[in-house]
Design a protein around this ligand. Structure first.
Ligand code: UT7
Length: 368
């Protein structure tokens, strides 16, 4: 997609110039979960590829992780572009600190950015790709020259800790990027995009209570309705199909062949899903960036966390061509292309792990 800035004939693109990831310090291994749930390490590894995930401490919220990732992404932008100035803060999240207001203004204020435009994007696990498109749109419209986009989620605050099907999958974390106005042909340029949704399947991934639908009904919501619910098998099938379709649509828009993709960076839902999509696309699995093993499914944070992990390990190099593809509740899906820029230095990732005390994941009240 080549966008033209409002009032200008020059093509403009959002260009990546800052990146960072952050996870809370408390690590929960499969063995930790097996001590309190009817599950085991072998089942979790075989079905999901996940070894461990990180979870927030009681009292920590999504904005706390978003601020840490955002601060580091701004430092990364300062090192690579000479400034950490931004005109807008976008937070992609499903686990906002509050039903109202959005989390982004509080994050912006805590980063010393009070006064800039700030809003949330909720496209569940596709949130980061929707956020990239929103940031690119702000830049193309001339509303902002530089945007801080943070994908942050704390699924441990909405997943029932006694629900073995979901407690094993999700982890908490935040990943952030800084995008600046630039040219579509320069390294770091983001685009083409493909975004889609199918709300007819909204019930496949849902927290039923807490919104206007439940609040308009009499009576207190059930424990089940207050927690995250997912029909895993059906979601799995939709995820593989939609991610592959979206990836193909994006490549076709850009005129890229699958062999043009150096790194496929999918939403880190489940290792089997990632490999199935790569196989479907005819992409060697070695080109599929995976990070789910060590952080689980971190929702809107998963793609920027995977990017930060790969960048810190120097497995992605300047000029490499990336295909990002995500899928999540809604249902929503989306993809975009990115040519990797040269980062002068890259912050270490993730935070040092601290083993969890027992019990590993204390029951926290679900958000209303
Ligand atoms: O990020 C947004 C998108 N989310 C996703 O893409 C997630 C998509 N779905 C999945 O990743 C997988 O469906 C799951 C990992 C959630 C589940 O894997 P599955 O291979 O689809 O398992 P299943 O739900 O079909 O369950 C198979 C069996 C069942 O037992 P029976 O009925 O065969 O006796 C489950 O009760 O495994 C049982 N089971 C477990 N066993 C041990 C379910 N969870 C567990 C568990 N430990 N944690």
């Amino acid at each position: 997609m080549s966008l033209t800035a409002a009032g200008s004939s020059a093509p403009v693109a959002a260009v990546l110039c800052g990146l960072a990831g952050w996870v809370p310090s408390r690590v929960v291994t499969n063995e930790d979960l097996a001590r309190r749930l009817d599950t085991d390490d072998a089942w979790i590894r075989t079905r999901t590829g996940i070894r461990q995930r990180y979870v927030v401490e009681p009292g920590q919220a999504t904005s706390d992780l978003a601020v840490e990732a955002g601060r580091r992404a701004l430092a990364s932008a300062l090192a690579s572009s000479g400034t950490d100035r931004v005109d807008a803060v976008v937070v992609a999240t499903t686990t906002a600190d509050h039903t109202c207001p959005a989390t982004a203004p509080a994050v912006a204020a805590r980063l010393g950015l009070a006064g800039v435009a700030a809003f949330d994007v909720n496209a569940v696990c596709t949130g980061f790709v929707y956020g990239l498109a929103s940031a690119a749109g702000l830049i193309a419209a001339g509303v902002a020259d530089r945007v801080l986009l943070i994908g942050a989620d704390t699924y441990s605050t909405i997943v029932d800790p006694l629900d073995r099907a979901n407690a094993i999958i999700f982890g908490d974390g935040a990943g952030a990027v800084v995008l600046r106005a630039g040219h579509p042909d320069e390294p770091g340029a983001v685009g083409h995009f493909d975004l889609g949704s199918d709300g007819a399947h909204e019930d496949l991934i849902m927290v039923a209570a807490g919104g206007s639908r439940q609040r308009s009904l009499p009576g207190a919501p059930s424990r089940q309705d207050r927690h995250f619910a997912m029909r895993g098998k059906e979601v799995y099938r939709h995820a593989v199909t939609r991610m592959a379709e979206s990836a193909r649509a994006t490549l076709s828009r850009a005129g890229w062949k699958i062999d043009d993709v150096d790194h496929f960076v999918p939403h880190q839902a489940n290792l089997r899903i990632l490999h199935s999509v790569a196989d479907d696309l005819g992409l060697p699995r070695e080109r599929c960036v995976t990070h789910v093993e060590s952080v689980g499914n971190t929702g809107a944070a998963s793609i920027p966390l995977a990017l930060a992990d790969a960048a810190a390990g120097r497995t992605i190099g300047p000029g490499d061509r990336l295909l990002l593809t995500a899928f999540g509740g809604g249902l929503t899906w989306g993809s975009c292309l990115l040519t990797w820029p040269a980062f002068p230095e890259f912050p270490a990732f993730p935070a040092p792990a601290r083993p969890a005390a027992q019990p590993t994941q204390p029951a926290q009240p679900a958000r209303p």
